[in-house]
Design a protein around this ligand. Structure first.
Ligand code: SER
Length: 311
């Protein structure tokens, strides 16, 4: 890790906020540069404004700062992405191709590309979704991320670029409220439980989706990125699974700590997106290749979230 300089794009988001800190612990504060298009809400020791749509600036930034690895987190998520599909494609996909070209030309050591359960679609098996399957995503977010995976693989095979990716499930955490996703309910519910003891959910009670608690998200990301390249058998993105839950199951678990908590349901356009996704994931390839194993299930996640946020 000696001499590594890390760039994070989209660092103000739910994952970037926590990953910046974890990477600083490993590489040192001076060697991790967090970037986004807006100033962060909390001070980060090395932060710069950087718009990934400006690829010449991105290229110059990488050269000037002697960046060796990029964690490319900037993207619009499933729900927000539907508001302007052409722009979402530009941000999620066109900007990524440019980064791959920069990575190849500047001989970056590694690039991390976050993919998603949003790549699954109505023809994908709903339970124990396999690593390789039928992918017909229903959102521009899913289309851009699945195409991104294919290009990651292409750049690896054709140019030897070391690109690694994960198909993140819904991510649950207590530091930053996520924005623009379909799995956001699993975080909003905790914020609203704290603020008003009730939550009005935009999905139906029984909608089960795959989720993961942030400490496991950090663990998976860092384990993958630090695994020996010889053990990585795909440059697309790995399936990873934490646990599955529905709004109803999550509300019942929260109620066991906060008896006054109430949930109501008012499904909106996000229901169709959630219905196109799958319920649980077969992550055996990640288990085999780099010994992936999630530590949190729904019960231990809720206990920790309540302790961190409410009690
Ligand atoms: N959390 C994302 C979303 O809901 C899924 O990757 O869009």
């Amino acid at each position: 890790m000696e001499g590594d300089r890390i760039l994070l794009t989209g660092a103000n988001g739910q994952i970037g906020t926590e990953l910046t800190i974890e990477l600083q612990k490993i590489y040192g504060e001076d060697n991790v540069i967090a970037t986004d298009i807006r100033e962060p809400s909390e001070r980060i020791s090395r932060f710069e404004i950087l718009d990934i749509l400006d690829s010449s600036k991105l290229d110059a930034f990488i050269a000037e700062n002697k960046i060796s690895q990029v964690y490319h987190l900037a993207a619009l998520l499933s729900s927000k992405g539907e508001e302007n599909p052409a722009f979402t494609w530009k941000l999620n996909f066109d900007a990524y191709i440019k980064l791959l070209e920069i990575g190849r030309d500047r001989q970056l050591k590694k690039i991390f590309f976050p993919s998603t359960i949003g790549i699954y679609g109505p023809t994908t098996p709903k339970r124990d979704t396999p690593q390789n399957s039928s992918f017909e995503p229903a959102t521009v977010y899913g289309i851009s991320k699945f195409t991104g995976e294919l290009w990651s693989d292409y750049f690896n095979k054709r140019y030897g670029l070391d690109v690694r990716g994960l198909r993140y499930p819904g991510v649950i955490s207590h530091k930053v409220r996520p924005a623009g996703g379909t799995t956001d309910f699993a975080v909003e519910i905790f914020f609203d439980a704290r603020e008003k003891s009730s939550y009005n959910c935009y999905l139906k009670a029984g909608t089960r989706l795959p989720m993961m608690y942030m400490p496991d998200v950090m663990k998976a990301t860092l384990e993958l990125m630090h695994a020996d390249r010889s053990s990585i058998s795909t440059s697309m993105a790995y399936n990873i699974h934490g646990f599955s839950l529905s709004p109803e199951e999550l509300a019942a678990e929260i109620k066991s700590y906060l008896p006054d908590f109430e949930i109501s349901y008012n499904p909106d356009h996000r229901q169709a997106i959630a219905d196109s996704w799958t319920e649980s994931i077969d992550d055996s390839l990640a288990r085999r290749d780099w010994s992936w194993n999630a530590e949190y299930d729904m019960t231990s996640m809720v206990k920790d979230m309540i302790e961190q946020m409410i009690k």
